[in-house]
Design a binder for this molecule. Structure first.
Ligand code: SF4
Length: 461
């Protein structure tokens, strides 16, 4: 089933509208209580019997932060209570051990990612204990990608070397915007010198890759503040940069109520900011990757993009295609074969499920053949890769060109004839350069579950 999604009249209207980020298809909005722990454990056990079992990617969610950034949409708890954090770390270790019981010991772990929240808010001893549990119960390959998201405001001078000793080789630093006024409005004061010191310490410690997260569309942000931020990025030259658009959803995210809508840049200014960030990064030698990522040509993400092996999952763009993903901690999402499963977001429910020796899953989803076909199209587009509809039709025994006839018509209709967003020749669908800023909206045309009459407030660029 395809349909007319929406027909904005100009590219700016397109940019102002919102669509899912598609870190999965279907998105988590489709997850339901009918798919739960039993389905996930069955999928995990069945995956052991695959001819060549998929490698494992482990995601660990640390939901604690020292203070509240007003723009944030993550699942987190603001606390400085070390007992709460250490108790949670112990539960994470329990969960790691319990999941390992469902997995053959020879399954290779190729990726470990600690996200949050603020993973570096955990006491060092707890981080060490969790990493030790992973090493004891999982077969971690020597070339593992092990990444840690860090808040530079909490980094002690000796910590990057400690993280390297634990085996982390990638670091992701939340930078957002260097302007003090913007930082005040989002309740996240972090002088540039502090971020630069973290970068220096990580380089000295020998991290293979440093990522900066930037955000545009924040309160008080202007092209001047973005200009200063890009000067800083150029000086520091991280291997990767992710530039996310701020989504103002105060109805759903109470912390955002501290942000007055009048302080936000309008859609035109947002669009200019996004384009300015992109032009500065490209001029500085970065490769633009998919929706919102940039990488130096020496970085594996840029190489995967060039080779057409880029992949997208719950952590965003990744070089690790075809992994079974196992999420640990509150709100984390696992994906094994066709089954998605999301852990509960409540700390108490999480702990009590683990005490009962149960996978603390709250809801999930099992993909159909049509979901799989749509997922291949959507993820291919999000990775800015040609999508061969003929091959996909053959593989899934479904007529993709017929299924997507309306979607393809819409794509022609929403762009000027001189600057099409996509091209489709001999059944191969591709996003054009003009289409790159609109990847989410293009991908949304192939989403069977998106409301056919979306409101501007329900969708996000
Ligand atoms: S942006 Fe990061 S540090 Fe700030 S509240 Fe969100 S998760 Fe915590």
């Amino acid at each position: 089933m395809s349909k007319t999604l929406f027909l904005p009249s100009t590219p700016l209207d397109l940019q102002a509208m919102r669509a899912p980020r598609y870190t999965s298809y279907p998105t988590a909005l489709q997850f339901c209580e009918e798919v739960g722990p039993t389905d996930a454990i069955e999928a995990l056990r069945a995956s052991n019997d695959d001819l060549v079992p998929a490698p494992l990617s482990l995601y660990l969610h640390v939901p604690f932060c020292r203070s509240n950034c007003f723009y944030c949409g993550c699942t987190r708890t603001v606390t400085r209570n070390q007992t709460i954090m250490s108790t949670y770390a112990a539960r994470l270790c329990d969960e790691l051990v319990q999941r390992a019981e469902n997995l053959d010991r020879d399954r290779r772990t190729v990726q470990v990612h600690f996200g949050g929240g603020t993973p570096n808010h955990l006491p060092d001893a707890d981080l060490e204990r969790i990493v030790g549990t992973i090493r004891q119960h999982y077969r971690v390959v020597s070339a593992v990608d092990a990444s840690l998201e860090v808040d530079p405001r909490l980094v002690q001078a000796n910590q990057p070397a400690f993280w390297r000793r634990l085996g982390f080789n990638r670091i992701s630093i939340g930078v957002q915007d260097v302007d003090p006024r913007v930082q005040r409005l989002i309740n996240r004061i972090q002088p540039s010198e502090m971020v630069a010191a973290t970068v220096d310490a990580c380089r000295d410690a020998g991290f293979a890759s440093i990522n900066f997260d930037l955000v545009y569309g924040l309160p008080g942000q202007t092209l001047d503040s973005i200009n200063a931020t890009m000067d800083f990025v150029e000086q520091q030259r991280p291997d990767r940069v992710a530039a996310f658009g701020y989504a103002h959803l105060p109805e759903r995210l109470p912390a955002q109520r501290a942000i007055n809508r009048a302080w936000l840049p309008d859609p035109q200014a947002r669009f200019r900011m996004r384009n300015y960030i992109e032009s500065r990064l490209i001029a500085a030698g970065y490769v633009a990757i998919g929706l919102d990522h940039f990488a130096l040509p020496t970085d594996t993400l840029a190489q995967a993009f060039a080779e057409g092996t880029l992949h997208r999952n719950f952590q965003g763009y990744t070089t690790h295609a075809g992994c079974d993903i196992i999420g640990f901690g509150v709100s984390s999402i696992s994906r094994v074969g066709r089954v998605f499963a999301q852990n509960t977001k409540a700390l108490d429910d999480y702990a009590s499920a683990l005490e009962r020796h149960e996978w603390p899953i709250e809801r999930g989803y099992r993909q159909s053949d049509e979901d799989r076909l749509r997922e291949r199209v959507i993820m291919g587009l999000m990775c800015h890769r040609p999508v061969d509809l003929v091959n996909l039709s053959r593989h899934y025994q479904l007529d993709a060109e017929e299924l997507f006839a309306d979607a393809l018509d819409n794509l022609h209709a929403i762009a000027p004839r001189t600057r099409p967003l996509t091209s489709c020749h001999d059944g191969v669908l591709e996003v054009t350069e003009a289409g790159r800023p609109y990847l989410r909206l293009i991908a949304a045309q192939f989403d069977a579950y998106l409301n056919t009459t979306p409101s501007k407030s329900s969708l996000a660029v």
